[in-house]
Design a protein around this ligand. Structure first.
Ligand code: CO
Length: 426
């Protein structure tokens, strides 16, 4: 087994972290920004430097594989964009580690290098257009162009204009899917985004799947009235009903499944006067778990309790489904292979579900083609993780053909001149 060049990996992470780097160690490479583009150019340049053929697609994803290889490849990488004031390892770790792995395999003449392609995905975070996974959804052909067509970014700039500054055309974004059938699997290395590994003093984990996410907007309708003249016993207080339900949420969800999580992230009372009993209360509910039936059970448990509370308070409830993303379990064969690889290195990895969404999500599983992939956890804004942790890779296609690679040009004979110049305009 060949070791990667750890110093080179860390040096690359530091250099990428300095692009859009903030004085406190964070990073700001908001998708489609100058810093994001600079990070992508840097990534492509490191590929070219290593004799890897770099290419940027219609969705601004940056790919690289050895010249002369034709795929289908096992794709590995992560996203290069960040949230504003984000963590410097979120996404960057997976992309830079992918580069290091391919480079190491190529340098040691390992034929596996011919079967690997690396990627830095575009706009995974979804901050700019309130719509994430843009690069990987374009690759799998699931990007909803119509939803973006007349949209504005978070500062009111038309999305089309934002894309144009990066040399991209919304109507051509789905050209990215032409590459889909050249990918037989996708593996994503990612830092954990939550506190579990740190709390349990674990630095290595294999991801068993990405949780499903169910989101609702709930409105409770009561009776608006004067807060000074209406005694408690005669109130139909929508605010009180919402607050009671929120206070009971944790116990309810835990009662369904210890691994389930839920959140009420926003709540508003109307009309919102200090001396007015709320006639309406609106809040959001989010439930996550790796098993879809558990999500359904948790949502039902909350709905049942909420109905009872509203009946007691003399209110009524209206529920609007916002979205329901199914869980993306990881291929068990791949989980096993990853565990075995860790064991061979003398390590015993933990197995965790990913509570956050990733490029290696369910859209890869749905994509037609010879392979399908999966993913891992990330850290949204966290700055910690000075220690590079864990390969929580995820993949859905364990198969690998070595037969085709024998007829391909030897990676040792590749030449730098074979690297095609990268085009930043689609
Ligand atoms: Co991430």
């Amino acid at each position: 087994m060949t070791d990667i060049n750890g110093e080179r990996l860390l040096a690359n992470l530091r250099t990428l972290g300095a692009i859009g780097g903030l004085p406190d160690g964070g990073v700001d490479r908001l998708a489609w920004s100058e810093h994001d583009l600079a990070g992508r150019r840097w990534f492509a340049e490191r590929m070219s430097e290593a004799g890897i053929e770099a290419r940027v697609d219609a969705a601004l994803n940056v790919f690289g594989h050895l010249p002369g290889t034709v795929g289908p490849w096992v794709l590995t990488g992560s996203h290069l964009d960040s949230v504003p004031n984000g963590g410097r390892l979120d996404g960057a770790y997976g992309a830079v580690a992918a580069l290091e792995v391919l480079r190491t395999l190529a340098e040691s003449g390992d034929p596996l290098a011919e079967q690997l392609e690396i990627v830095g995905f575009a706009d995974e975070e979804g901050v700019r257009f309130e719509s994430g996974l843009i690069g990987s959804l374009a690759l799998t052909g699931e990007l909803d162009i119509e939803r973006l067509r007349d949209g504005l970014d978070w500062e009111g700039v038309p999305i089309r204009q934002v894309l144009a500054t990066a040399g991209r055309d919304l109507d051509r974004m789905l050209e990215a899917q032409q590459h889909r059938d050249s990918i037989k699997a996708f593996l994503e290395l990612h830092i954990e985004q939550g506190p579990r590994m740190e709390a349990d003093k674990i630095d290595l984990a294999v991801v068993t799947g990405i949780v499903g996410v169910h989101r609702q907007r709930i409105e409770i309708q009561g009776t608006q009235n004067h807060a000074g003249t209406t005694p408690f016993r005669l109130r139909h207080d929508a605010g009180r009903a919402a607050a009671r339900a929120a206070a009971e949420l944790r116990d309810l969800i835990q009662g369904v499944d210890a691994e389930a999580v839920a959140n009420i992230g926003s709540m508003r009372f109307y009309p919102g006067g200090i001396n007015v009993i709320p006639g309406r209360a609106q809040f959001t509910l989010e439930v996550r778990h790796l098993d879809e039936p558990v999500i359904g059970e948790a949502v039902w448990a909350f709905a049942t309790r909420l109905e009872r509370i509203c009946a007691e308070e003399g209110c009524r409830v209206v529920v609007e489904l916002l979205s329901s993303v199914p869980p993306a379990p990881m291929n068990e064969t791949v989980v096993g292979a990853l565990e075995q690889a860790c064991t061979e290195l003398g390590r015993r990895p933990a197995k965790l579900s990913s509570g956050a969404g990733h490029d290696a999500g369910d859209h890869f599983r749905r994509a037609p083609g010879p392979g399908r992939p999966g993913a891992t956890p990330r850290r949204p804004r966290g700055r910690g993780a000075d220690k590079v942790v864990a390969p929580p890779w995820r993949c859905c296609c364990p198969t690998r053909s070595t037969r085709r690679s024998r007829s391909r040009p030897s990676i040792r004979r590749r030449s730098r001149s074979a690297v095609a110049p990268i085009s930043w305009s689609s």
